[in-house]
Design a protein around this ligand. Structure first.
Ligand code: F0G
Length: 457
């Protein structure tokens, strides 16, 4: 088998800035040991997120010049709408400035106190937008998905049995919709099988509950189905994506992921009445329904990106570049969620640093050390991001303590990834000397963005 190469050549480059280890020790301290607070210019390889960090193609940049900035009825909107409909076949396509704006609008209409939203795993903004309305966000991930060390093909699947039990427990009238996140970002970027989507749909239909996809990484999910699920190897990724959406009644999408753009999103749905209410709210919060918080040029770039992301050479390279890093880590005994997901490597901080308890944030410790050692920025997805407190102020940790190394699309080459591996190995070798952290400031919601830390001892 030959090397799977980057299926593009580089036309425009952006220099990255080197710093010394001494500088980085000071810089991370000044940032309150929270990499979100670093200046990006002080980061060498930025794996904080794959969101909005894609490199756009020459055709997307050409689309930027070609964007129609008409306030109403822009031709770029119609190109965007056609591109989304081609994949989703949903009736009403509502552009938003990013994914969470679509979530905010949707849940403002269907959420509220006494309501419940089941999902395989809510992403943090999705959870926050559900809870902000007073509704409850419930994660019903299958058991395999909760065990980083178990290798399975579709660890993002929802537990269908639990879903039905849950519906019977709280009452179908209190569940305005059910969601599936593809791929399951908070659970390791793990894919959801077509069979699972179908099974969830069957339960939803039985109780008359609409099914929505959180579709940020739909193309990566579709590619995993093609590679792993019997019966799909001869289908195109577009056909697979179309089938995924055929079981849905709506979708929220952050175009900042699989539409290969730096900003954008949409809400798509079939229910005319809810769509009307969403559009009314859109006008108040985002903008007129044919631009919804975006410039015409952004809509062009999304439309083009939605075509490019379904190119199978691109997806082969994309999935392989994450798997490549994963293989090196596993071979060196570094614990990760296995198999690697579609957009990121997730280190298993519990097994990486067994001596640091969740109360002292093992993931945060790794994240700080990766920066100090190699100027790499990653993000903790564990007790900092999802931890809650009980009535006595004691931490209730989430099931997993993870560190995410998200790989931006079409941005870094294999040598960047090799360097990331070398730094990870350095940090792993000195894991016994790493310290835990304590929080000295936190915001009431989404605290991980702005929390300040101090090292223990
Ligand atoms: N849903 C999922 C599964 C996501 O991963 C994200 C964003 C959103 C919704 C919200 O979209 O950022 O456009 O408002 N995830 C980014 C990340 C931030 O780093 O994983 P947004």
């Amino acid at each position: 088998m030959k090397t799977i190469i980057e299926p593009f050549k580089i036309k425009s480059v952006e220099p990255i800035r080197f710093t010394t280890k001494e500088e980085r020790i000071q810089l991370i301290k000044n940032a309150g040991y929270n990499p979100f607070m670093l200046h990006a210019d002080d980061v060498l390889i930025d794996l904080l997120t794959d969101s909005g960090t894609s490199a756009m193609s020459s055709k997307q940049w050409a689309g930027i010049m070609d964007g129609d900035e008409s306030y109403a009825g822009s031709k770029s909107f119609y190109r965007f709408e056609a591109a989304v409909k081609k994949i989703t076949d949903l009736n009403f396509i509502i552009p938003t400035h990013q994914g969470r704006a679509a979530e905010k609008i949707l849940f403002s209409i269907v959420g509220g106190k006494g309501k419940f939203i089941p999902n395989n795993t809510h992403f943090d903004t999705t959870r926050a937008n559900v809870e902000f309305t007073g509704a409850e966000a419930v994660d019903l991930l299958n058991e395999t998905g909760k065990h980083p060390e178990i290798r399975a093909d579709f660890k993002g699947n929802m537990d269908v049995k639990k879903l039905e039990e849950f519906i019977n427990k709280v009452g179908k009238e209190n569940i305005p919709l059910c969601m599936i996140t593809v791929t399951n970002n908070s659970g390791g970027g793990q894919p959801v099988s077509m069979q699972n989507i179908k099974d969830v749909k069957a339960v939803c239909s039985k109780y008359n509950i609409p099914l929505f996809l959180d579709a940020c990484r739909f193309a990566e999910n579709a590619y995993f189905i093609k590679k792993r699920e019997p019966g799909y190897s001869n289908k195109s990724v577009l056909e697979i994506a179309q089938e995924m959406f055929s079981y849905s009644d709506g979708a929220t999408m952050s175009a900042k992921k699989d539409a290969l753009v730096n900003i954008g999103g949409f809400l798509a749905l079939n229910d005319a009445d809810i769509a009307q209410q969403c559009r009314n709210l859109l006008i108040v919060t985002e903008g007129f329904p044919t631009y919804g918080g975006l410039a015409g040029r952004d809509l062009e770039a999304v439309a083009q990106g939605l075509e490019e992301v379904l190119d199978e050479h691109y997806l082969q390279y994309r999935i392989r570049s994450i798997e490549y890093l994963g293989e090196k880590l596993v071979a060196s005994g570094i614990p990760i969620i296995e198999p690697p997901g579609g957009h990121a490597i997730y280190l298993d901080a519990k097994r990486f640093l067994p001596n640091i308890p969740p109360e002292n944030f093992p993931g945060q410790s790794i994240v700080c050390e990766l920066y100090i050692e190699g100027g790499i920025r990653a993000v903790e997805i564990g007790s900092v991001m999802f931890g809650k407190y009980d009535n006595d102020g004691k931490l209730i940790p989430p099931p997993m303590e993870l560190v995410r190394l998200a790989i931006p699309r079409r941005v870094y080459t294999q040598s960047h990834i090799d360097y990331v591996f070398e730094i990870l190995l350095e940090v792993f070798k000195k894991r016994n000397s790493l310290k835990g952290y304590k929080i000295v400031y936190e915001a009431p919601m989404l605290r991980h963005f702005t929390a300040q830390f101090e090292p223990m001892g």
